[in-house]
Design a protein around this ligand. Sequence first.
Ligand code: NDP
Length: 298
Amino acid sequence: MQLLDGKLVSETIKEKLKTEIESYVSQGKRKPKLVAIIVGDNGASQTYVASKERNSKAVGMDSDIIRLETTITETELLDLIAKLNNDDTVDGMLVQLPLPKHIDANKVTDAILPHKDVDGFHPYNTGQMVKGVDTLLPATPYGILLMLEHYNIPTVGKHCVVIGRSDIVGKPMSILMSRNAYPGNCTVTMCHSKTQDLNSYTLRADILIVASGIPEMVTGDMVKPGAVVIDVGITRMDADNEKGYVIKGDVHFESAKEVASYITPVPGGVGLMTIAGLLMNTLNAYKKHVGIEEAYTV
Ligand code: NDP
């Protein structure tokens, strides 16, 4: 079994991005700029946003976090997005989910200009992705593609089983793994909570991508010998340690690693690749914005 090391791959990508950004700045161009909006004080969201800011600064981008109270209205949030859409110094923006119940998350993500939508959630970008046109991709599936590419994992003609059909992970992942490009060209089966006899699918998966949000639901006996296992899950579970919690994936790592050929750890796997996908999207958005050719590279 070989570990698919998100730390190693994301650091390699970040080094490349840093060098590329330095070269633009040395040519007199401004730095790329990412703005993240966070509403409320959800602990996990605060951690994710802080990490996005830290990583974007580490590669030489400008980065702002706009922190808003949960009392903000939907209209006020949409007005802020409109302002950032019109701000020529902002290349990419994202609104950290989940949002408070009184705000329609779809309305908010749809309000971001598609070419600044570095989370890749806007319907325009979804449409381009479905058509196989280069565009800003949802950051987590994009990060997984970058991971598969880094390890040269063969995908052509393989059976890929994706567990989960959310708009941000399962659905786009299934589309991308079936596209006519590398990584892709798989025969894809998408499973969800109504799938009957889940094991009969997972046991036939050459590549198994799990995004169910159910900690450790996929155990070693559900994995085909030699399969590539990608664990997207991140669940914080109460624990008697300094932090007060541990992070669990959707795969039972200890049993699955005995069967898999490659496997992502949690933490240290897909979570870090999501950040890499976000940074790649931000650089691509910037390159389009300032007129540098060759944006979008998957
Ligand atoms: P959602 O809750 O939106 O979707 C979960 C999906 O899993 C649904 O489609 C659901 O089916 C399906 N599902 C639930 N139970 C089962 C089951 N028993 N058998 C088969 N399918 C099942 O979650 P997300 O896609 O947003 O996230 C999934 C996980 O990934 C979470 O742990 C999340 O925290 C993590 N995540 C990690 C990221 C990272 O950077 N590593 C980024 C984004 C998410 P149905 O549609 O029928 O309800």
